[in-house]
Design a protein around this ligand. Structure first.
Ligand code: PLP
Length: 396
């Protein structure tokens, strides 16, 4: 039972690349694998809302199928979608981002993987700002790169996270790229423009790539869109910005996203799309046009719901005596420290068994997560109330 699900031949040498053999199952997945199929579980471990894709987007996919959009698309993506992403991004970031800087991808994950394929040679050192979604680091490792984690610093005086610019400075000369995700999964941290400018200037000076994962740019509560590297950069910067339909339009299962790249690199990324997936699903791309064109009201309604869930979550967690919760500014996660634990994975397994609430261990997101837990609060207030009542004894 090599993966716990099927009877595989033990110890057979399939001559798989060493790095692939050594990829670890994420602690989140271990918790989920234990929970899935069990009765009365409250799953707060995965990063998605419980809101289904709105029907006007699903209808657009059905219409696309009926209209015969069942063939491969151009590697760059369906031209109407590329154009609409160009208009959308240009208007959000108040500058011209032409279609020639955009390629449609099979969601954010595929964009991150292709970014890594494009720039990382074996043994390249790469800075990752952590805590971060684990797949970030795995893309780098799959390409043979070496991750240098630079954790955000938790400042208890203002109860928030800060970039460790001094530490970034120390390593910047030896690295190929810096991977950064803001708004951040798991912390809910959101970079401000000054921090972005500091990183951009350092990277410009040292000719370092910035891979900026901005898939949560619309999951913000005090503005319309998060600060973006696109706001302050120009088209020749070594900057790749990853985005996705998954979070903003509740389309996680659709696998649709995009990457914004320097003007001269489109042909390289088109080749990568060709050799990875040829092109993302054509009918999904047509639905993407409708999502962007008609989806603003949906985003507003979803953000209002998420904000209610966020307030409820903050209220509960701040009242639990064992919990320290840095203020989650954006995205839909609460990442909190539990004072009396030193093994977050063990704590999550025990909590799952004792209460049925599925949490994500902090160790999933980089070093230093032993006392930390993430929950995804993008759930109904009713479900969250139930979960927190069950968690109360373990957290007070
Ligand atoms: C930080 C971050 N980036 C990228 C993704 C990828 O999302 P998708 O591949 O669904 O676009 C996720 C998903 O949870 C994420 O949290």
């Amino acid at each position: 039972m090599a993966n716990g699900r099927y009877n595989l031949i033990p110890n057979k040498d399939f001559k798989i690349r060493t790095i692939i053999k050594s990829l670890e199952t994420s602690p989140i997945r271990k918790i989920a694998n234990t929970a899935i199929g069990k009765k009365d579980i409250i799953p707060l471990y995965f990063g998605e809302t419980d809101i289904a894709t709105p029907s006007f987007i699903s209808q657009a996919m059905k219409d696309a199928l009926d209209a015969g959009h069942t063939f491969y698309s151009a590697n760059q993506g369906v031209p109407e979608l590329v154009n609409i992403i160009s208009k959308y991004s240009s208007s959000l970031h108040k500058k011209n981002i032409p279609p020639s800087r955009i390629m449609v991808t099979s969601a954010g994950m595929n964009a991150l993987m292709m970014a890594s394929e494009a720039i990382i040679n074996p043994k390249d050192k790469v800075i990752c700002i952590t805590p971060v979604w684990p797949n970030f680091m795995r893309c780098i490792e799959i390409m043979g790169g070496e991750v240098i984690e630079i954790p955000l610093i938790y400042s208890d005086s203002d109860n928030t996270w800060q970039l460790n610019i001094a530490e970034i400075n120390k390593h910047i000369k030896n690295v190929k790229a810096i991977y950064i995700n803001s708004p951040n999964n798991p912390t809910g941290w959101m970079m401000d423009s000054q921090e972005q400018m500091a990183i951009l200037e350092l990277c410009r000076k040292n000719k370092i790539w910035i891979i900026s994962d901005e898939v949560y740019e619309r999951i913000v509560y005090d503005r319309n869109v998060a600060p973006s590297f696109l706001d302050i950069s120009d088209e020749n910067d070594l900057l790749l910005v990853v985005n996705s339909f998954s979070k903003s339009w509740a389309m996680t299962g659709w696998r649709l996203g995009w990457i914004i790249l320097p003007e001269n690199l489109l042909h390289i990324f088109e080749k990568l799309n060709e050799f990875n997936v040829a092109s993302p699903s054509s009918p999904a791309q047509y639905a993407g046009i409708t999502a962007i064109t008609d989806g603003e009201d949906f985003i507003k309604t979803m953000i209002n719901k998420l904000d209610d869930s966020r307030k409820l979550t903050i209220n509960y967690l701040n009242n639990f005596s064992q919990v320290i919760l840095p203020f989650p500014k954006a995205a839909f996660y609460a990442y909190f420290k539990v004072k009396n634990i030193t093994d977050s994975e063990k704590f999550c397994f025990k909590t799952l068994t004792d209460t049925g609430v599925g949490l994500a261990p902090g160790t999933s997101f980089g070093k230093g997560g032993n006392s930390w837990i993430r929950i995804c609060y993008a759930k109904s207030p009713d479900l969250l109330n139930q979960a927190f009542e069950k968690l109360k004894p373990a957290l007070t």
